[in-house]
Design a protein around this ligand. Structure first.
Ligand SMILES: Nc1nc2c(c(=O)[nH]1)N=C([C@H](O)[C@H](O)COP(=O)(O)OP(=O)(O)OP(=O)(O)O)CN2
Ligand SMILES: [Zn+2]
Length: 139
């Protein structure tokens, strides 16, 4: 089996609704994301001969996901008052509502599923919320 890894990161704010501790406050992280894909075969077409996929394509797929969230506020559906969301939007802040609590675990699963939907055979996604804390999701 062959394995390829690529890494990207994004800066984003979040908070954990219902968390008894400092993480219930709005705060930011540099989220570091590492995606590993696998294949038991290598390509045979001229440009990609002897590759699982072109690193450039793999890198771009992950970068597109990370760029979407970069410099935004990520919040769980229902975790902010509608008036708060409206006020933040009126300020032209970039907001991303997600249907899950924005933990490193949920992001690792979300990115795993997004990359799978793009056709990659993803073996593992690591999401570092801080340099020392990482959550992973694997298939
Ligand atoms: N299993 C998880 N636990 C926590 C998550 C998470 O996503 N998965 N997230 C948080 C918070 O988002 C928080 O920002 C992380 O806080 P902490 O571990 O305290 O990290 P810091 O490095 O910022 O803390 P220091 O006190 O500065 O070391 C909490 N838990
Ligand atoms: Zn956090």
């Amino acid at each position: 089996m062959y394995y390829l890894k690529t890494e990207q990161s994004f800066d984003a704010a979040h908070f954990l609704k219902g968390y008894a501790g400092k993480c219930h406050n709005l705060h930011g992280h540099r989220w570091r994301v590492i995606v590993e894909i696998r294949s038991d075969k290598l390509r045979t077409d001229a440009q990609c001969r002897s590759m699982v996929v072109d690193f450039s394509d793999l890198k771009k797929s992950l970068k597109d996901i990370c760029d979407f969230y970069d410099h935004s506020l990520i919040y769980e559906t229902g975790s902010l008052k509608e008036t708060t969301v409206a006020a933040l939007k009126e300020e032209d802040f970039c907001l991303h509502e997600v249907p899950f609590r924005p933990t490193a675990e949920e992001f690792s699963r979300h990115i795993y599923e997004t990359m799978q939907q793009q056709g990659y055979d993803v073996s593992r996604v690591d999401v570092y919320e801080t340099p020392n804390n990482c959550a992973s999701y694997g298939g």
